[in-house]
Structure formats: C-alpha cells, structure tokens
Design a protein around this ligand. Structure first.
Ligand code: FPP
Length: 241
C-alpha cells in the first residue's frame, strides 16, 4: 500500500451547502440550486468510489430544514425521491451500497418506500457505502440511541461504554468519519454527526455545493493527507493504544 493510500480517509462526510446562494448568483430559483446540487452528488459519489473511499455520508436534509418554506421542503423531498429512483441503477453499476439515516417519522410514505427499495437493491454491493442523511440531526441521533438503549436494557445492567452506546446510533457498525467537508464557506457542523465527529478532521471550502467537483474533492483529500492526527495523544505515542 502506498504512503498516500495510507492517508486516505476511510469515511468522508459532507455538509453540502450553498445551493441557495448558487441559484441567487445565477439568477435562478433556490430549487434550481438544489437540482444542480444533485448533479454534484452524482459526481462526488463516483469520485469517492474511484478514489477508494469506503464510506461517504451526505447531509441531504436536516431536521432543522423543515423550518424552510413548504414550497422548498416539498421540492427538496421530491428531488430526493427522484434522485434515489434515477440513481439506483448508477449505484448498482458502480457496486455502491446505499443506506439512509434520520428520523423516519413525518417522511412521506413514497420517500420511505423508495429509500427501503434502494437499500434492499444495493445491499450486496461492496465497493463503497453511501449514507444519505434525511431528516437527520446529531442531537436526534443521540437521543434516539439513549431511548433504544434503555428500552432494550430494562434492567439497566448494561456496560455503559462508548462502544456499547455507539451500537445504538444510526451509524452502528460504521467507523466514525475521518474527514468532514463543508462547502460554501460556512464554518459550522450544524448538528451533523455530533458524537461521531469527535476526532474528525474538518475541511471548509468556499466552493458552493452545485459547483463542487472531483478536483475540489481531491483538494480536500490532499489537505487531509497533510494533517497530523494525534487523537489527543502526543506525536511519539500515536501508535500506543
Ligand atoms: C444546503 O444549501 C443544501 C440543502 C439543504 C440540501 C442539499 C440536498 C441536495 C443537494 C439533494 C441531495 C439528494 C440526494 C439524493 C443525496 P442551502 O439551501 O442551505 O444553500 P444556502 O445556504 O446558499 O441558502
């Protein structure tokens, strides 16, 4: 394995931001920005698989996004339904498994059906796992994990370790993200994977999501390969567990 490959993140998560500003800049409606955003999703999913990334997580719709005008949330939801429908063959062709995470309550039955079909159809693919966060928030994830952990352990004699608790998060079995990319110049994690991002390297770029392409993704990977990750340790003891 080359030195560069060693420094490739195993799990990349992305906060896709700037669709609205992209539309404004091009004198278009906000929803057109989201449509162009789906193009970027296709390019980056393929680029990540080509690069050998194992897990790619995309923040498609946050719990907080319900606060937008209904016209926009309706459009976003139907865009996600359409994208899942249209892109499933591409996922199959590229041997990509697709998972979804987020609160399923209040999602429309059509979307839930498409999501479930896509998960089922791509279940045996093993080149990369794409995780799409829909109606997701990091605080929701922690609370639902606490709730399920308590429900499943009514006698409360479970080992309250980080590993045990992680098993109840939406990302159970998936390694924590190594790299988080946020587009559009905003420097926040906006309630994405709060627990999971404890030691994630953060990368912010001014590029608006609809313009984000393979060279921009490669620039983020390059920046990651130059980071020194110490996980709270000092340089000489990095390999000491
Ligand atoms: C943020 O831009 C983007 C979103 C809220 C939606 C992103 C969703 C997609 C690109 C569709 C994804 C679909 C699939 C299937 C993964 P913004 O509207 O907050 O932009 P602004 O900050 O410039 O207003």
């Amino acid at each position: 394995m080359s030195e560069h490959k060693d420094k490739l993140p195993n799990h990349v998560c992305i906060i896709m931001d700037g669709n609205g500003r992209w539309a404004l800049l091009h004198d278009m409606e906000r929803n057109e920005g989201h449509r162009q955003g789906v193009e970027a999703v296709r390019h980056i999913t393929e680029a990540a698989a080509e690069k050998g990334i194992s897990y790619l997580s995309l923040f498609a719709f946050s719990e907080e996004n319900w606060g937008r005008p209904k016209r926009e949330t309706d459009a976003l939801m139907s865009l996600i339904v359409d994208a899942i429908h249209k892109e499933t063959p591409t996922l199959m062709k590229n041997n990509i498994r697709c998972l979804f995470m987020g609160d399923r309550h209040h999602l429309n039955p059509d979307l839930l059906e498409r999501m479930d079909q896509c998960v089922e159809q791509t279940a045996d693919n093993n080149r990369m796992t794409l995780i799409v966060a829909v109606n997701y928030s990091g605080k929701w994830d922690i609370l639902q994990a606490v709730q399920r952990m308590l429900d499943e352990n009514p006698t409360r004699d479970m080992p309250l370790t980080q590993e045990f608790f992680s098993g109840y998060l939406s990302t159970a079995g998936i390694p924590d993200p190594d790299l988080m990319i946020r587009t559009s110049g905003e420097m926040r994690i906006s309630n994405f994977m709060l627990w999971q991002m404890a030691y994630t390297e953060l990368y912010f770029t001014p590029v608006l999501w609809p313009d984000f392409r393979k060279p921009d993704f490669e620039a983020a990977l390059e920046a990651f390969s130059n980071r020194e990750r110490r996980f709270g340790k000092i340089e000489e003891s990095i390999n000491i567990p």
